[in-house]
Write a protein that binds this ligand. Structure first.
Ligand SMILES: [Ca+2]
Ligand SMILES: [Ca+2]
Length: 290
């Protein structure tokens, strides 16, 4: 008649118990009741922990996924499609990506722009109706017959530099980066606008607001390489897998273009707040459930 001798499901028959037996019977029932409550409470705690862990786990997974930059869109170009046969002017591909504020163009080259740095790297943009159908911001013999609205010209020598021009009936420089004095009073040296390079690529970054773009906007573009002469044309064109020009002066018109759509990515600060808010809300719900 002692608890340690009883299986957990044993019920004690109510038959003529003397006062001593009655007390023992009561103790056994109390013990069983407490043990039952305790094990239910253990299950509830375990379930709560499991559910909280699952919620935190999935919230962190969502955070990790959304914190990553969008996957770059890779635009391939032929290798060896230039008259010049110069590696630093031969585009092999361009990886385009955007953050919450910037557009990034990683121009992959057949040559090493660190070892040989005189190449010029340029991007034409057709973002909206209208634009320049015959020229560009640098006055190079390069055009975009659909109408060029913005132009980035950059150089990988002299400490690297980049300039952004907008067309509104005429070309004006609206942003610049690098160790040079801009040709116009409107030049704005913005840390979000820059050029970097490594042994096989040149990367140009531009705040997309500079291009009048919003999330969801699509635009057409082409990427070119050229030499240091003011009359040098598009030695290579990303959108054209065939040879673009047969000699330095060209000219070249971008009849072929590529297209990119700006994707939504939360700002890191907003993301952190959203993530924290979400976790707190879930934690409160989980507590209420338990
Ligand atoms: Ca090429
Ligand atoms: Ca090409």
């Amino acid at each position: 008649m002692f608890a340690s001798l009883l299986p957990s499901t044993t019920t004690v028959p109510r038959v003529s118990l003397n006062p001593h037996e009655y007390a023992v019977d009561k103790s056994i029932k109390k013990y069983e009741s407490e043990r039952n409550q305790s094990s239910q409470s253990d299950i509830a705690i375990t379930n709560h922990m499991k559910s909280t862990k699952a919620v935190i786990g999935s919230a962190l997974t969502v955070l990790a996924l959304t914190a990553l930059p969008a996957t770059a869109t890779i635009y391939s170009d032929a290798t060896g499609d230039t008259f010049a046969g110069i590696g630093i002017l031969d585009i092999t591909s361009v990886e385009v990506n955007n953050t919450a504020t910037d557009l990034i163009f990683k121009i992959n080259l057949a040559g090493d722009p660190v070892a040989t740095d005189w190449g010029k790297y340029m991007i034409s943009f057709d973002t909206t109706a209208g634009g320049d159908t015959t020229g560009n911001g640098w006055g190079r013999p390069i055009s975009m017959s659909a109408g060029m609205d913005y132009w980035i010209g950059s150089w990988a020598d002299g400490g690297n530099g980049e300039s952004l021009f907008a067309y509104t009936g005429s070309w004006a420089m609206i942003n610049a980066y690098g160790p040079f004095a801009g040709p116009g009073a409107t030049a704005q040296f913005d840390p979000g606008f820059n050029i970097t390079k490594d042994s096989s690529s040149v990367t140009l970054t531009v705040p997309w607001a500079n291009l009048g773009l919003s999330v969801g906007n699509a635009f057409n573009f082409d990427v070119y390489t050229s030499g240091g002469g003011g009359g040098d044309s598009a030695v290579d064109s990303l959108a054209n897998p065939s040879q673009s020009i047969s000699d330095w002066p060209g000219p070249y018109n971008s009849a072929l273009v590529d297209s990119y759509t700006l994707t939504a990515i939360p700002e890191p600060a907003t993301l952190a707040l959203l993530g924290l808010g979400g976790l707190l809300a879930w934690s409160r719900i989980a507590r209420r459930r338990s």
